[in-house]
Design a protein. Structure first.
Ligand code: PEP
Ligand code: MG
Length: 580
């Protein structure tokens, strides 16, 4: 048995036979042409491009029907490649110079671009190579009149093992036939990962060696929650995961009766359980899992994979629709967090050595107030349709917070002048996800109505561990004593300043950790919808004073491992159904 460690992309456990999915290699014949034949080759290219366009539009249509328009829009990047005029001209030039068939030239030109993209430091551009590669194969197949082997044609349930999967390939999967998928490359925030979560297909990405270590037909177990892939598991492992699968089913069953019960301890200490979303069409899942609202709407996803910016009207529609559907529950809209690992090509971000430490989130918004104001106007206008709150990402000091609030004030005045209604009492909060903000949150508190702790970033910045680098993932410890102390401080300081304090990082959805956070007095837990019943189960299993004693003991421990072991043992006592 071998265990491969990757990046958890979509939760759940699956067990099944491996199917190695090679996006097939296409043999390209080479033949000479004469100058008069150039126009014929150009015509063949145009026809193949049109055919490819129709095929992509068909997939988009299916995606829009099954998952919603926002997911279909992810394929807009493919359409942009097809429309690239410069690429066409490069191909025509190549035809004139080399006088060979268009397949050869097309492949050469696209491969050249792919090579340049894959060498760049820019994470966004690197991730786009998957889109271009997808388009390359589609166009070549159409030029060569070949049928694609697609994941839509699978006839029995398998686990797909691939070097990488493009969003369009992922979109072709059916839960009936694809039990799970694993890939060599890819990050947690790639669109493929997002698509997997929406389809509720367990997935592990960034395994580096999956296609080398796994043979066709081998039995594998995918743990999409932890990021583990077991190849040819031994009987003990199979038993363990079968139990875990059953436990998961048991938890899902409990969801039925937990859904409408409050998130409160045995002695009635109540907390708010909210959900995180990336796109508006995830709202039905939020409601189905019984959330008390949305604690984080990652609005930057509205800006990705498109050639223009979302207009004020478009954003207004998106925010208003989410607000309406969740009303009277709150919806916390985070202003765009672009940069880091989420780049937007039309802005032509410079390649940065350390994008997570660079021109990201509120830094970008303050540098581009023209774009920021449009988003603020849309949020304010939507605020009359429900219970909206707003928060800024990546605040690192007081000036940033003050400047953001100043711009918000100006936009509010502008709307008042125009006679446009908005909720005057909309709460404004700061994400606390930069260590400097955590350490000086007493100074930030007077300028906001709430804090939301972003542990995904707080951990990476406080421990100096890149959150998307699988090589140092072992150092990424939510239970690290430094992290515990930072979080406790933020909650204590927030409460002393009469603010409510939430958490929207992944940590809030971890059952063992939620016990600790409950004891620290966290007011709101926001996590992906599927984790909500699990956290609710933990909260409803204990008295608040018990959770407080857990905090006291955890703070006496000296390493992250010790804290983790202690919390898991405690969880086993109070909610055995959630632990093996
Ligand atoms: C976080 O950093 O914890 C967070 C919730 O924001 P994101 O994951 O979008 O950076
Ligand atoms: Mg963050």
């Amino acid at each position: 048995m071998t265990t491969l460690k990757g990046i958890p992309a979509a939760p759940g456990i699956a067990m099944g036979k491996a199917l190695l999915f090679h996006s097939e290699s296409l043999a390209i014949p080479r033949r000479s042409i004469t100058t008069p034949e150039i126009s014929l080759e150009v015509l063949r290219l145009e026809e193949a491009l049109i055919k490819t366009r129709h095929q992509i539009l068909d997939i988009q249509k299916r995606l829009a029907e099954e998952l919603g328009q926002d997911h279909a829009d992810i394929l807009n990047a493919h359409l942009l490649v097809l429309e690239d005029q410069a690429l066409r001209e490069e191909i025509i030039q190549g035809l004139k110079v080399q006088l060979v068939n268009v397949e050869v030239i097309f492949d050469e030109v696209v491969q050249r671009h792919l090579k340049a993209f894959s060498r760049t430091q820019d994470e966004y551009l690197r991730e786009r190579t998957a889109d271009i590669e997808d388009v390359r194969k589609r166009v070549l197949r159409n030029l060569l009149n070949k049928q694609a082997t697609t994941l839509a044609q699978l006839e029995e349930p398998v686990i797909v093992v691939a070097r990488d999967l493009s969003p369009s390939e992922t979109a072709q999967m059916h839960r009936r036939h694809v039990l799970a998928f694993v890939t060599d490359i890819g990050g947690r925030t790639s669109h493929t990962a997002i698509m997997a979560k929406s389809l509720e297909i367990p997935a592990v990405v960034g395994l580096a060696v999956a296609t080398k270590r796994i043979q066709k037909g081998e039995l594998i177990i995918v743990d999409g929650t932890r990021g583990d892939v077991l190849v040819e598991p031994d009987p003990a492992a199979i038993k363990h995961y079968e139990l875990e699968q059953r436990r998961n089913q048991e938890v899902s069953r409990q969801l039925l009766h937990l859904k409408d019960l409050p998130a409160e301890t045995l002695d009635r200490h109540a907390v708010t359980l909210s959900a995180n979303i990336e796109l508006p069409d995830e709202v039905p899942s939020v409601i189905a899992h019984g959330a008390d609202g949305i604690g984080l709407f990652r609005t930057e996803f509205l800006y990705l994979n498109r050639s223009d910016f979302p207009t004020e009207e478009e954003q207004y529609q998106a925010y208003a629709s989410v607000a309406e559907q969740l009303k009277p529950h709150p919806v916390i809209i985070r202003t765009m967090d672009l940069g880091g690992d989420k780049f937007l090509s039309p802005l032509q971000f410079p390649t940065e050595m350390n994008p997570f430490l660079g021109w990201r989130a509120i830094r970008f918004s303050l540098a581009r107030p023209d774009i920021f104001r449009i988003q603020l106007r849309a949020i304010l206008r939507a605020s009359v349709h429900g219970n909206l709150k707003l928060m800024y990402p990546m605040i690192s000091g007081l000036e940033e917070l003050r400047r953001a609030n100043e711009i918000l004030g100006e936009v509010q005045q502008e709307l008042t002048r125009e006679g446009v209604p908005y909720a005057k009492d909309m709460e404004v909060g700061a994400m606390i996800e930069v260590p400097s903000a955590a350490l000086m949150c007493d100074l930030l508190a007077p300028e906001v109505q709430f804090f939301s702790i972003g542990t995904n970033d707080l951990i990476q910045y406080a421990l100096a561990v890149d959150r998307v680098n699988e090589k140092i993932a072992y150092l990424y410890e939510p239970t690290h004593p430094a992290i515990l102390r930072l979080i406790k401080r933020i909650i204590d300081v927030g409460h002393a300043a009469k603010l409510w304090v939430g958490m929207c990082g992944e940590m809030a959805g971890e059952p063992a950790l939620s016990l600790l956070l409950l004891g620290m007095g966290l007011d709101e837990f926001s996590t992906s919808p599927v984790q909500l019943p699990i956290v609710k189960q933990v909260i409803r299993s204990v008295e608040h004073s018990f959770a407080q004693s857990v905090v006291e003991q955890a703070l006496k421990l000296r390493t992250g491992k010790e804290v983790e072991a202690f919390l898991l043992a405690t969880l086993k006592q109070v909610a055995p159904v959630l632990v093996e």
